[in-house]
Design a protein around this ligand. Structure first.
Ligand code: TXA
Ligand code: MG
Length: 337
């Protein structure tokens, strides 16, 4: 549709172009502190339809609405002034947290897929705030990747998936958080985490005393529809081993190299130390480092014939969030191939 997608650093000119495109119901990719979003005017059915088409996203998976920090969200959702949600919003937003409220149905109905709720996110990064403030409209934005592919953390990743399909990518460099926001349902008695992320249950408990994980409380149906789909799949072959199967991983690496194929290890620091001078993509040592590096390294790993990896040490709540994405990239890929 578009001959070539523009990739522009954030300047007054590129923001003006972004605003015009959004108002014309076109799509603009923009950086946040988690991953890049594929932005669309949340009140436009036409723009929302484009998002689902361009991504190849299942039509029953609702979108998050992004607003700037001074936007009055009570225009869009029911906010209980005295409830726990207010305290959570005060403590963690702007930030990598998406809150699911009861909707006032002021946005395009296809965006919320018939749900009575609406997910709102106030991102923290300077670039996201600049874009949202300049546009000054609620912006629906899923991660800016083709459905099921790895989420993008650089403008280049977005370009690889959407060159020719969208008119503009705002380039704000690499996203530092690295995994998508925590999705938190605040419509019930206690807050419930529907998607794990950088804000953990422990952090929320410290502010309001309680917080549950949906996996523990909801068994019948996935409350966050997106969680039932496979995600983050690299476009190359992958192999996942237990942490005590180093020899097996090394044997596969050597076998592939013997056949003239290029293999690469994607591992944390503890395992990297055991792999000698072989090709390694370093996830890092802490939960923060691994969250920040995971998608970037999955994209890097796709340049090889095979990514070889080992299960992660689940020694913190944040590592559970990282592992949520890691396991989708590797367990599913393993089953498929
Ligand atoms: O960090 C992020 O959240 C990024 C950046 C761009 O902000 N966005 C993002 O969007 O990850 P997406 O569409 O890839 O994931 C949104 C998740 C999906 O799992 C979706 O099912 C869930 O949020 N969701 C959206 N609206 C919901 C609602 N009303 N109730 C429950 N879950 C909802
Ligand atoms: Mg996504």
């Amino acid at each position: 549709m578009f001959m070539d997608t523009l990739v522009k650093k954030i300047t007054p000119e590129s923001l003006a172009l972004a605003k015009r495109l959004i108002e014309e119901e076109q799509l603009v990719a923009f950086p946040t502190e988690t991953v890049y979003g594929l932005g669309a005017l949340a009140t436009s059915e036409i723009a929302i339809k484009r998002v689902y088409e361009v991504k190849g996203r299942p039509s029953d998976n609702p979108l998050i609405v992004h607003v700037h920090k001074d936007y009055d969200i009570s225009k869009l959702v029911e906010v209980n002034e005295n409830g726990y949600a207010k305290k959570i919003a005060k403590a963690f937003t702007p930030g990598p947290l998406t809150m699911v409220y009861k909707s006032k149905k002021r946005v395009a109905s296809s965006l919320s897929c018939g749900l009575e709720t609406l997910a709102i996110r106030v991102p923290q990064s300077k670039e996201a705030q600049e874009f949202l403030t300049f546009v000054n409209q609620p912006i629906a934005a899923p991660s800016a990747n083709i459905s099921k592919h790895i989420s993008p953390v650089t403008a280049q990743h977005v370009y690889q998936d959407f060159n020719g399909a969208i008119p503009l990518i705002l380039d704000g460099g690499r996203c530092q958080g690295g995994i998508e926001s925590t999705v938190l349902d605040v419509t019930g008695e206690v807050p419930v985490i529907l998607r794990k992320g950088l804000i953990t249950a422990e952090m929320i408990k410290q502010v309001v005393g309680a917080c549950e994980y949906a996996e523990e409380t909801v068994t019948q149906k996935a409350k966050s529809p997106g969680m039932k789909y496979s995600h983050y799949t690299p476009n190359c072959s992958t192999a996942l081993f237990e942490r005590n199967e180093i020899e097996k991983g090394v044997a596969l690496y050597e076998e592939l190299e013997g056949k003239g194929k290029k293999a690469v290890f994607l591992v944390d620091e503890e395992i990297a130390l055991l792999l000698g001078s072989r090709r390694i993509l370093h996830l890092g040592a802490t939960g923060e480092q691994m969250a920040s590096n995971l998608y970037d390294l999955l994209h890097e790993g796709e340049k090889y014939d095979c990514i070889i990896t080992f299960k992660l040490n689940l020694n913190s709540e944040l590592m559970l969030s990282v592992n949520n994405r890691f396991s989708k990239a590797f367990f599913k890929a393993e089953n498929k191939k």
